[in-house]
Design a protein around this ligand. Structure first.
Ligand code: DAH
Length: 318
């Protein structure tokens, strides 16, 4: 790794040299900068090559003929090492099941989306700072791993519009995996799960929405709950609310211990219009919230990072 050290030293010297640009006469600055940049690119390319070579040397070949237990009986001790469902998968199924009992269809989200579904179709104005609030990852092709399941709203509205023509409501939930480019700690993960709900009909009201949400949380936690709302802001709903539940005593809560569980509101007329639904005739509400948080409360988990950790001690608890 001597070579790497040497290259890093060269880079450091170059950066020191770059700081001297202030002393270079104005007419020579462009040339000076270009020259430095070229040398910098060369060094960076060399560093990348050395690092890649070091990594390649470390990778061990995989023996694809090794026993994998598909066609042969498992040795005795393997049975204790058998995999099991991830707790989030089990809980997500439960979430969807509760909504299905209330008459909702379920549509799966996706893991790669675009600017239009992430922002434009949801009434985020171009260049609006609210877009930054979602800490989106981007691929080199500018695709977006969805930062919320709301990216599916536009598709759901278009796909189910025919229900309205047939005199029925649109009632759909969308479970999915979402991604945010933020620092990971006990309450934040870069990868987590959400469930979105979308409802549209001629007569629905915010009271219906609160009724559905209360019913959902009471079924999920298997007890009566105190609920509360507070004003929120989302470009795709007007008005927008945050929905809170009082942490139940049985789960370690005290009186007045309210937890924000999801964002919700009446679907903004622009969102309906973009999907070809006339907001003069139809109204809708939508909501979206994290599944990880829901499950953490249910099982008294203090750290969201367990879910993605692959930690067998944790997984075997379920
Ligand atoms: N997508 C929002 C988020 O992740 C949550 C949300 C708010 C979803 C309001 C909705 C909604 O459908 O109507 O922060």
């Amino acid at each position: 790794m001597q070579e790497l050290e040497q290259l890093k030293q060269e880079l450091k010297k170059l950066n020191e040299e770059a700081a001297k640009i202030r002393d270079v006469p104005t007419e020579q600055r462009a040339e000076f900068g270009r020259n430095l940049n070229l040398r910098k690119q060369e060094i960076l390319a060399k560093i990348a090559a050395v690092e890649k070579a070091a990594l390649d040397a470390k990778v061990e070949p995989i023996d694809v003929t090794a026993f994998c237990g598909v066609n042969e009986p498992l040795p005795e001790f393997y049975s204790t090492l058998m995999g099991s469902r991830h707790p989030l998968t089990t809980e997500m199924d439960r979430v969807v099941e509760i909504y299905q009992m209330m008459g909702f269809d379920a549509v799966e989200s996706r893991q790669l989306d675009d600017e239009y579904h992430m922002f434009d179709s949801l009434n985020f104005a171009k260049e609006h700072p609210a877009r930054d609030g979602y800490d989106t990852f981007r691929t080199e092709e500018s695709l977006i791993p969805p930062a919320h399941t709301s990216t599916m709203q536009h598709r759901v509205l278009k796909q189910y519009k025919k229900n309205l023509d047939e005199g029925k409501a649109i009632a759909v939930v969308v479970p999915g995996r979402v991604f945010r480019n933020e620092d990971v700690d006990a309450t934040h993960e870069h990868t987590f799960y959400q469930c979105e709900g979308v409802y549209v009909s001629k007569t629905c009201t915010m009271g219906d929405m609160l009724g559905i949400l209360r019913e959902f949380f009471e079924k999920y936690y298997e007890q009566k709950l105190n609920i509360r709302t507070q004003p929120g802001y989302f470009p795709f709903t007007e008005p927008s609310l945050e929905f809170l539940i009082e942490k139940p005593k049985s789960l370690g809560g005290k009186k007045g211990d309210f937890l924000e569980m999801l964002g919700c509101g009446m679907i903004h007329p622009n969102v309906l219009k973009l999907a070809g639904i006339d907001p003069e005739i139809y109204h809708g509400f939508a909501w979206g919230g994290g599944i990880d948080r829901l499950v953490m409360l249910k099982y008294g988990l203090m750290d969201v990072r367990y879910f993605e950790s692959g930690n067998l001690y944790f997984l075997r608890e379920f």
